[in-house]
Design a protein around this ligand. Structure first.
Ligand SMILES: NC(=O)c1ccc[n+]([C@@H]2O[C@H](COP(=O)([O-])OP(=O)(O)OC[C@H]3O[C@@H](n4cnc5c(N)ncnc54)[C@H](OP(=O)(O)O)[C@@H]3O)[C@@H](O)[C@H]2O)c1
Length: 337
């Protein structure tokens, strides 16, 4: 293993309990060493995603017990490798990487597996864009496939001002699929309209449900992608024509999706869920490679993410609070000193 220039100790962000941002602190830990088929990544940047917020309160799909290092995705440079051919391929490359098991990526150095934990960045992709090139871009790509496979010509999208919402909408637009966007504030309506979105509804408006119903029926929409859940899921089900489906892929309302028995039983409408992790696991290596290459190419356009603010690891608590208070308008990045 090449360890030249790599310090003995590193700064990591630690979550002490499932009580959110206030349970975050930094500590010094030994820099880990990569084993067989593993690489050591010197981290450059990592976004705060809604899934990270869910980890901080113990509400994510993986439930590792605190104390734990949070952080779902990041970018960096491979500075050391363990035994194995793939490791040698990655040495010196700029990469995007994912958290592994109980170890998140909010750390100066991260060991990850060459088997699905690390992806090479295209030349020309900055480390900051690269830090956000896995979770949301691949989710938007997954939804585009799902929408096309379902033969949908129009869809409804909630939390449409979110980073992934804008990626899904731009991807659909490029593919000629109409998107009815739902947001919760007038400022978000204005923002999306200025960016060329034709139909944007505000769920806080008094006539929202009626307008949504009319638009869904006029456009024969049978699929809604819902990142909010709670009562909005029930409103979507009511608005869609019979035999429609709401796919819940986020819980921004922090409530379980609601539905009326009438809609489910007598109108033949359904709710299902989407999580990127099992969706990707069902793909073979070639399919993943093609998805990755496509996503890398579109990072400057359909799959672009805006950045609003950067914080050092030492200010992780403040960074998370800032993000929670202003989610629209770009990601908050954690950047090691
Ligand atoms: N299932 C999966 O595999 C998967 C993968 C990727 C993303 N996701 C989900 O996709 C969603 C968006 O992620 P992102 O990274 O794109 O988020 P983001 O860029 O950080 O934006 C979050 C957006 O959600 C809005 N929002 C927050 N709470 C809301 C609520 N209670 N009702 C309505 N809107 C609300 C925010 O608006 P305000 O400014 O008004 O708060 C903001 O526009 C999240 O739920 C995330 O978990 C799921």
């Amino acid at each position: 293993m090449t360890q030249q220039g790599i310090p003995e100790q590193m700064t990591v962000v630690v979550l002490d309990s499932y009580s959110g941002a206030e349970a975050l602190r930094v500590e010094q830990r030994p820099v880990p060493k990569p084993g067989k088929d593993e690489v050591l990544v010197k981290i450059a940047a990592s976004p705060i995603n809604p899934s990270d917020l869910a980890v901080l309160t113990g509400h994510y799909g993986y439930k590792n017990l605190p104390p734990l290092i949070p952080g779902g995705e990041a970018s960096g440079t491979v500075v050391a490798v363990g035994p194995g051919l793939m490791g040698r391929y990655f040495l010196g490359k700029q990469v995007a990487c994912l958290s592994q098991g109980d170890t998140g990526v909010w750390a100066e150095y991260v060991v990850t597996t060459t088997k699905g934990g690390v992806f090479p960045l295209n030349k020309g992709v900055s480390l900051e864009q690269g830090a956000m090139s896995i979770i949301n871009p691949l989710t938007a790509s997954a939804f585009l496939q799902i929408i096309k496979q379902g033969g949908h010509k129009a869809i409804v999208l909630t939390a449409a001002a979110s980073s992934v919402g804008q990626m899904i909408a731009r991807s659909c637009q490029s593919a000629g699929i109409k998107v009815i966007r739902i947001v919760r504030r007038d400022a978000q309506v204005e923002m999306l309209k200025q960016r060329g979105s034709a139909i944007v509804l505000n769920s806080s408006d008094s006539d929202f449900c009626q307008r949504l119903h009319d638009i869904c029926h006029q456009n024969q929409v049978h699929l809604a992608l819902d990142a909010v859940a709670g009562s909005l899921t029930a409103q979507l089900l009511e608005a869609l024509p019979p035999h429609s489906k709401v796919t819940v892929y986020g819980g921004l309302s922090e409530q379980a999706p609601q539905a009326s028995l009438d809609q489910i039983i007598f109108q033949s409408k359904a709710i299902d869920g989407f999580w990127l992790v099992p969706w990707i696991e069902k793909k073979n290596l070639l399919q993943i490679l093609l998805l990755w290459r496509r996503a890398q190419k579109l990072l400057g356009t359909d799959l672009k993410t805006e950045i609003r603010e950067r914080y050092p690891f030492e200010d992780a608590r403040q960074a998370v609070e800032d993000y929670q208070n202003h989610m629209t308008g770009g990601k908050v990045l954690l950047v090691p000193n």
